[in-house]
Ligand binder design. Structure first.
Ligand code: PRP
Ligand code: MN
Ligand code: MG
Length: 181
């Protein structure tokens, strides 16, 4: 059960490809937030890897805070019911806030989260998502920074889980259907 190779159908992005794309996004973020304080808000648990790599790639100081929300549980489909498991410790009033997410799937999580954080009166609020699934979109999310648009397949790795597994893969891979069917 600890050997994952047979569970993966295809590697979508290697570690090197992910790092290169995160570097490109970081250069843009450095330009866009020049001269302004920046608070990165990572969405636990999926965003841990992209948050860690994005924050370290940025050639500037940032603050980081975390929010834990969950809509999926161990299912492969979003329920649309978002729960706050851990709220931010930081006041957002007047702050420039960038939400960091691993993936926009249906969009339900970020749509709820964006409205929730907007109500706290940040100076600005934008979204950075490493992955986005246009074909799975149920509600449109205006994400300013997107790493890759991907097909509507179940992907794992680099923070993304299936039933809490595969998060620590360094690549993003398509999960083989035999694992979840
Ligand atoms: C996953 C993923 C995103 C969200 C995207 O989180 O990390 O946060 O689902 O799906 P959506 O666009 O359809 O709402 P999940 O709820 O599985 O929690 P996790 O980050 O702890 O895995
Ligand atoms: Mn998540
Ligand atoms: Mg999950």
């Amino acid at each position: 059960p600890h050997d994952v190779d047979g569970d993966l159908e295809e590697i979508l992005y290697t570690e090197a490809q992910l790092q290169a794309r995160i570097a490109e996004l970081s250069r843009q973020i450095e330009i866009d937030y020049a001269g302004r304080d920046l608070l990165l808000v990572g969405v636990l648990r999926g965003a841990v890897m992209v948050m860690a790599d994005l924050a370290r790639e940025l050639r500037r100081d940032v603050e980081m805070d975390w929010m834990a929300v969950s809509s999926y549980g161990s299912s492969t489909e979003s329920s649309g019911v978002v729960r706050i498991i851990k709220d931010l410790d930081t006041e957002l009033q007047g702050r420039h806030v960038l939400i960091v997410e691993d993936i926009v799937d249906s969009g339900l999580t970020l749509s709820w989260l964006k409205a929730n954080l907007e109500s706290r009166n940040p100076a600005s609020l934008e979204i950075c998502a490493l992955l986005r699934k246009p074909e799975a979109e149920k509600v449109h999310i205006d994400a300013k920074y997107v790493g890759y648009d991907i097909p509507n397949a179940f992907v794992v790795g680099y923070g993304l889980d299936y039933a809490e597994r595969y998060r620590n893969l360094r690549a993003v891979a398509v999960l083989a259907p035999h694992v979840y069917s």
